[in-house]
Design a binder for this molecule. Structure first.
Ligand SMILES: C[S@@+](CC[C@H](N)C(=O)[O-])C[C@H]1O[C@@H](n2cnc3c(N)ncnc32)[C@H](O)[C@@H]1O
Length: 258
């Protein structure tokens, strides 16, 4: 396989880096705002990493074949205020990616965000992102989660892949097929005799026992899938009354139990 050069924007701990370096590709530039994450990144990947991407001179970024960016998700996350691309703090960072793309025209782009990005603002945010990328790239997108690939974690993320139209686009590209495996379990990855682990607090164990009893009493076969309902409180709603939250939760539980 041809060895490619990649850049890792909004690098975090370096998930993209790990995958691409494993395939033999080389990181030529990385940027991450958080200082502690930068220290970890340098230790883990032995790569110099720069800070705030807004402070970087785009011309100083070396030529590269792949641009990776897990751009900040708060503007689109269900747990945030959902201001999207208009978020004065982080919403503009997609346009920073576009500036770099327009300047360097990497052959491939790999972007990642929360799955809520697709439906945010009734699909308009994704429409804008898709339109911008499509000026140069053939674009595909898919929501994937580790539990689709045998890993016991539910973490749905929106993945966007693009290849320059002038290099042939994405004709041959397919996202990997999701596997349905009802038997994925946390026990498959826990090393039981490892001594370097933390045990659950007694209170937490009690909560789990009560939850399990509730599930048993439901009498519904759950085939290994977690029963849950989403509960989100916007960070902008600092004065949200706890009373109404607990009332709503107990009403929901009551309905479930009935
Ligand atoms: C969703 S995380 C990316 C996770 C990453 N893909 C990984 O594998 O860990 C987004 C990251 O963008 C960083 N970030 C936010 N604003 C930034 C900026 N202006 N410049 C560089 N990094 C930034 C955040 O600190 C955060 O770590």
């Amino acid at each position: 396989m041809k060895k490619l050069k990649f850049i890792d924007l909004f690098a975090g701990l370096g998930g993209f880096h790990l995958a691409l370096a494993d395939l033999g590709h080389k990181c030529v530039f990385a940027s991450e705002l958080n200082e502690e994450l930068r220290e970890l990144y340098e230790k883990n990947h032995q790569t110099k990493i720069q800070g705030d991407i807004n402070e970087v001179d785009i011309n100083s970024i070396p030529p590269h074949d792949i641009l990776c960016a897990g751009f900040p998700c708060q503007p689109f996350s269900k747990a945030g205020a959902q201001l999207g691309l208009n978020d004065p703090n982080n919403g503009n960072l997609f346009y920073k990616i576009m500036e770099i793309i327009e300047q360097h025209e990497p052959e491939f782009v790999f972007l990642e965000n929360v799955s809520n990005l697709k439906g945010h603002d009734e699909g308009n945010t994704w429409k804008v992102i898709h339109k911008e990328l499509s000026k140069l790239y053939d674009v595909r997108e898919e929501i994937l989660s580790p539990h689709h690939f045998g890993i016991p974690q539910h973490r749905s993320r929106f993945y966007i892949v693009g290849r320059l139209k002038k290099k042939g686009g994405l004709d041959d590209f397919k996202f990997p097929e999701k596997e349905v495996n009802e038997n994925i379990s946390i026990h498959n990855i826990i090393i039981e005799d490892d001594t370097d682990f933390m045990t659950l607090r007694e209170n937490t164990k009690n909560h789990l026992d009560v939850w399990q009893e509730f599930l048993n009493n439901l009498g519904v076969p759950l085939s290994g899938r977690a029963l849950h309902f989403n509960l989100f409180v916007r960070s902008s709603q600092k004065g949200f009354p706890l009373q109404s939250l607990t009332q709503r939760t107990s009403t929901t539980n009551h309905k479930l139990a009935a």
